[in-house]
Design a protein around this ligand. Structure first.
Ligand code: PLP
Length: 397
């Protein structure tokens, strides 16, 4: 057996492989340069073009580009009318922003448990946590696969709740023939560099209903409008506008929009490569004792953002911490997605206690994110698989 790099042996790779990386080509650089030479750096044509393109890709009727995925979640919650005293059900296995958005509005995030095999919200747990104060559900397409939306939509319909989909991971995913972006009442996207397409920083909200879309737009633009049919004082001139509520400056620039648009032209290419890499990982790990692969939500045709390997801890002498350290020593940039949101001191101080979501907590003890991005080569992937097999050989019972 070869000696682990952790124990002074040769690492599987000489150079470090990161867990994610953006892919920027000459066309992206040209698209950004063109904006820099133009009249509009912000509030120009690239923003509306991006919004139109996102509607086309997602099948949504409305799209509002915003400055990042967190702003998208915040404006979606504001548009949903979340305020003090309101509860919003979401998953603890997500980036903190999904729950923080509820807090920004004065509402209370309520954490429901995950399905232990797909790692997305368990609809039965969501239903259990509904109270008379529940206003909305924020479902997160964790790793890129759609949640069980047939069940979630039915629950939201029965209880009169708004469904917000955090699709930061899932652009390009299709659920039972419907693209992400036109499944929920409101869908939020992020274009951070680790996501499938990037704008440097950026985000968007899509909606099917105009009232919701208009509220998102109003909150993202200072609460200010010029739309003639929305103005309360009529008969004024072109220069006239009104601030009707307290909103924010969540504008996306034309520079960022041009980058996102150029990246979107490669979405099919990115998706195909990600799907192929996931297939190859699944094939390598499905039968391998000591690890478990993520199960696909029924009906989800997934563009995977994260590849999660689950350690079958009963069959290993090591926990995730040792496994993680051993993989890092082999020069494989593994990661952990996510620490349950309510574990953070900020949430603990608000009174959330460990034990709330047993499946999520067990998941957290055993999850490991492997590198997955468009630019990784087949050799890179073989290195990851070799390193997993090497570490497993040392720590299997
Ligand atoms: C990245 C991410 C966000 C936040 O997006 P930003 O663009 O970084 O603000 C929200 N939710 C999830 C699940 C994310 O992965």
């Amino acid at each position: 057996m070869s000696v682990l790099a952790l124990h002074g042996g040769e690492p599987v790779r000489k150079t470090r492989l990161s867990y994610g990386h953006q892919y920027i080509d000459e066309a992206d650089i040209q698209a950004v340069s063109k904006v820099l030479r133009s009249d509009f750096l912000t509030c120009g044509p690239e923003v509306s073009e991006l919004e139109a393109k996102l509607c086309e890709i997602t099948g949504a009727s409305y799209c509002i580009a915003v400055s990042n995925g967190t702003a998208a979640l915040h404006t979606a919650c504001l548009a949903a009318g979340i305020g003090p005293g309101d509860e919003v059900i979401t998953t603890p296995i997500t980036f903190a922003a999904s729950a923080n958005a509820v807090l920004y509005c004065g509402g209370r995030p309520v954490f429901a448990d995950i399905n232990p095999e797909t790692y997305t919200l368990d609809p039965a747990s969501v239903e259990e946590r509904i109270t008379p104060r529940t206003k909305a559900v924020i479902a997160v397409d964790f790793t890129g696969q759609a949640c069980d939306y047939d069940a979630l939509r039915a629950i939201c319909g029965r209880h009169g709740l708004l469904l917000i989909e955090d699709a930061a991971h899932s652009i390009g995913t299709v659920y039972r023939g419907t693209p992400v972006g036109s499944i929920a009442d409101l869908t939020t996207f992020s274009f951070h560099p680790v996501k499938t397409i990037t704008a440097g920083e950026g985000g968007a909200v899509t909606a099917g209903r105009s009232e919701l879309a208009r509220r998102v737009l109003l909150f993202a633009r200072h609460g200010i409008t010029r739309a003639p049919d929305l103005l309360r004082e009529q008969g004024n001139s072109n220069w006239y506008y009104e601030q009707q509520l307290l909103g924010y400056n969540y504008r996306l620039t034309d520079i960022q929009s041009a980058l996102a648009l150029s990246q979107l032209k490669k979405l099919d290419l990115f998706s195909a490569r990600r799907k192929a890499l996931v297939r190859q990982y699944d094939e390598a790990f499905r039968e391998l004792p000591g690890v478990l692969v993520q199960k696909e939500t029924k009906g989800s045709d997934t563009v995977r953002h994260l590849y999660i390997l689950r350690l079958d801890l009963d069959r290993l002498r090591w926990g995730r911490r040792e496994f993680y350290d051993a993989m890092q020593a082999e020069n494989i940039g593994v990661n952990v997605h996510y620490i349950p949101v309510y574990y953070f001191p900020y949430y603990q101080e608000m009174g959330y206690q460990k034990g709330l979501c047993p499946n999520a907590e067990a998941y957290y003890e055993s999850c490991l994110t492997l590198p997955l991005y468009y630019g990784m080569t087949d050799q890179d992937q073989r290195d990851v698989i070799e390193a997993v097999e090497k570490v497993l050989a040392h720590c299997r019972r």
